[in-house]
Design a binder for this molecule. Sequence first.
Ligand code: SAM
Length: 224
Amino acid sequence: MLKNGIKVINKNGLHYITKDDGKLSTYKPWLGDAFSFLYDFIMQRSIFPKKFSGDMDRHHQILVNLLKDVHEKRVLELATGTGSAVNFLPNRNQYTGTDISQGLLKKAVTRFRDAAFADAQFYVTRAEDLPFDENQFDIILCILSLNFFDDLESVIKEVKRVAAPTAVFICSVPVPERNKCQSTIRGTLLSETALAKQFETHGFDFETIPVENGALLYFKAIRP
Ligand SMILES: C[S@@+](CC[C@H](N)C(=O)[O-])C[C@H]1O[C@@H](n2cnc3c(N)ncnc32)[C@H](O)[C@@H]1O
């Protein structure tokens, strides 16, 4: 269900929000459409080993373990990218993906279809300003993306608004204190303590997942 007054049109499997003048809301893509096909290769061969000092297969396994019992839930993902969630989210869920980058999302449409997710939906939207009505989702995923949001405060408020009571926000994000090699990681890196404080300020219960994978922190934040 969409927020009151929000209108969308569906083009090639992506939902675009229409503006008052009838034009589609689009955003400067994080990674240009022309480079979208390289994304997964770059993550596996470069970003995981060289920037995170971590391992992508282990990353997927950690998330598989976290999500293996999640079925028949309304799952929202912030910053879906090319759809890496097919590697760890069971397909018997009602999935809604969002991202500012149309080129990456187009890849996700194909991957979710190939992974037999029934009726997955994809929206071109900022995580800071979601088009959905309140109390819509049971699980909200945000994988390797929190550090790229311009306004984390607004994202947390939006998560709280669209999440059902006791919904769980599941996140993996690089944090400075785990970045032992001090590699240059893009975006704004907040410490675990700073992240916990931000979520707790909005009433969430913050819970660190006790796993190691280089610079990455895995955590849950449970909506009050
Ligand atoms: C490193 S990629 C992670 C993608 C995917 N979650 C994964 O694990 O492969 C970061 C993603 O954040 C998206 N992004 C950046 N800023 C955003 C924003 N304000 N709202 C929504 N998506 C955003 C980018 O388009 C990109 O897909």
